[in-house]
Design a protein around this ligand. Structure first.
Ligand code: SF4
Length: 232
């Protein structure tokens, strides 16, 4: 798999941002498959298989990126394994940090408590960047309603931080559309969702959101941090 020149990719993303501004998820994924062939990867935090299911309708042998931080809930790992079983032709790409959790804690102590920004950098941002360097585009499940920081997410954009095209096919989906799609298509969901976890990340940094708060408010609850550094 050979990646395309960054300048060409940036121009492609900037054109597509306008041309696909009102595209449906199916249209965005059809464009992604036609444009990038094997050179894209679909990200999943294994909260549900909505994005994987949508992408699988367009291409079976997709690569699915899972950031294996070593701090996940057992239910999240179980969901990853279930996704692999339900969609057998896809390939899970586990992106891992250079150090194991034990090695990191031995060297730095409990970074997720003392310096969560650095912990996310080591266990998410760096492995993500390394994995994405092998592709021309990545597909994410970011939605505008996730949080105020995501309100202007386009369907296609240039990801300057990682140097590739970023496609957000369900950016415009409301919670009703999203939940309706899960119900109508019997989509696999992380069992934690039904217990009240509406945005699932690493276990030490994930709580259930309080009533009336946005879905991501349970992430790093009580801290100023709101994003891992992956999307903003
Ligand atoms: Fe570390 Fe928490 Fe970030 Fe996971 S979410 S990488 S445990 S700080």
């Amino acid at each position: 798999m050979t990646t395309t020149d960054t300048k060409d990719l940036r121009a492609l993303a900037e054109r597509a941002e306008h041309e696909l501004a009102g595209a449906s998820a199916a249209e965005a994924l059809a464009w992604t498959t036609q444009t990038f062939g094997d050179r894209f990867i679909v990200a999943s935090n294994m909260q549900d298989a909505v994005l994987v299911h949508l992408a699988y309708q367009h291409k079976r042998d997709i690569d699915v990126l899972f950031l294996q931080t070593g701090y996940h809930f057992a239910e999240t790992i179980g969901t990853r394994d279930a996704v692999e079983a339900v969609y057998p032709e896809l390939r899970i790409v586990n992106a891992e940090a250079a150090q194991s959790v034990a090695e990191q804690e031995a060297e730095f102590g409990p970074l997720n408590k003392t310096d969560p920004g650095q912990c996310c950098f080591l266990r998410k941002v760096v492995p993500l960047r390394e994995t994405l360097s092998r592709y021309d585009a990545w597909v994410t499940g970011v939605r505008r309603v996730d949080a105020p920081t995501r309100a202007n997410t386009p369907i296609v954009q240039w990801d300057d931080r990682n140097g590739l095209v970023k496609v957000n096919p369900i950016a415009a989906w409301s919670d009703d559309e999203f939940n309706g799609f899960i119900a109508e298509n019997a989509i696999l969901e992380n069992p934690l969702v039904s217990t009240g976890y509406l945005s699932i990340g690493c276990a030490p940094c994930t709580a259930k959101p309080l009533p009336g708060q946005d879905a991501r408010s349970g992430r790093w609850a009580g801290q100023s941090k709101t994003e891992c550094g992956l999307h903003g």
